[in-house]
Design a protein around this ligand. Sequence first.
Ligand code: TXA
Ligand code: MG
Length: 373
Amino acid sequence: MPRCIVVDAVHPDPAAIAAAARILRAGGLVAFPTETVYGLGANALDADAVGRIFVAKGRPADDPLIVHVLDAAGAGDRTLAAAWPPIAARLTDAFWPGPLTVVVPRGPAIPPIVTACLPMVALRAPAHPVARALLAAAGVPIAAPSANPFGRTSPTTAAHVIAGLGDRVDLVLDGGPCAIGVESTVVDCTTDPIRVLRPGGIPLEAIRAIAPDAIAAEAIVPEAIVPDAALPAADAAASPSPGTQPRHYAPRARLVLVTGNDGDIVATIRAAAVRLAAAGKRVGLLVAAGDEVPVDAERIVAVCLAPLDNPSLAAHRLFAALHALDAQDVDVILARDWPARDLGLALQDRLRRAAQGGTVLADGTAAPVMARS
Ligand code: TXA
Ligand code: MG
């Protein structure tokens, strides 16, 4: 088990922050809370330290990291960002500190390993007081992906970090659960119009209030057609087939996303849950308040994410719910789809990426599933 220090989320103990900053400056890894998810941090200016992040997560070297800074003055420092496009200035004025990441031309101080050799760097100023205190004490920008093994569910508590990464991290700062619970919105500011590369904690509607022509990156790519028989058969494997890359945000159990007409979604989930339970499977259900689903102490566990008209609350609870279902050793998770409003777009994105069991349209026909990214 790694060393873990509990800190107050608003007024973290300076001694704990100083200890964490010392580890970062010495090239070590510190997991820390942000308002989105926990990050696995290293000194962004130290290529060896950043290399340890890739090893600890089992992350492929072609997947670039976000660099955390205190503010736009720090980010706009030409050694980090070689240029600071006017739209980046307007977006960061509006949303920093907060769950927004801007992609801008990479400055000379950022080692290529951070950006997977791309000529752009992703920068974010987090709002969480613990993350900010750590940045201030370390005195260096902090490269930090979400603190989970590559492809698995992102952590929203220190316990999730420890369960996933264990001793691969030198210190965990436990600042309690993350307020937003879904990662930052990533916006590429090097193109005109700008592109939202990943939906996240700042809704697309809010980005478009600043940049009306912002393009939402293609969210769903028809990669494969999943027959409706893809609703897990009784003997379905509990995990994706070996040799295939795990999809992002995936829990250990196979997750099937059920989309389509609302009434049909619930009926489809109900029928599949009963069938799977009868075949001896443990089934987890990710549903909305008011959804009528069977629950059975032995075989079927339902988690209510939120009322259907509050997708932001559902997004906030998603990762914790996936971790909780994993802890209950379910074989299959049947998840309902949600409206795209507010953080619903980020929620839809994470559910599609987690759905290594496919996406099923509740009228019995198949829906395209998301391509890997
Ligand atoms: O909320 C968050 O963003 C969290 C917390 C810890 O800040 N971090 C996070 O990092 O989610 P990670 O590594 O799990 O996701 C980083 C995302 C990926 O989608 C990656 O492709 C994109 O940012 N990204 C990073 N650098 C990029 C670059 N130079 N160009 C384009 N996309 C980039
Ligand atoms: Mg991640």
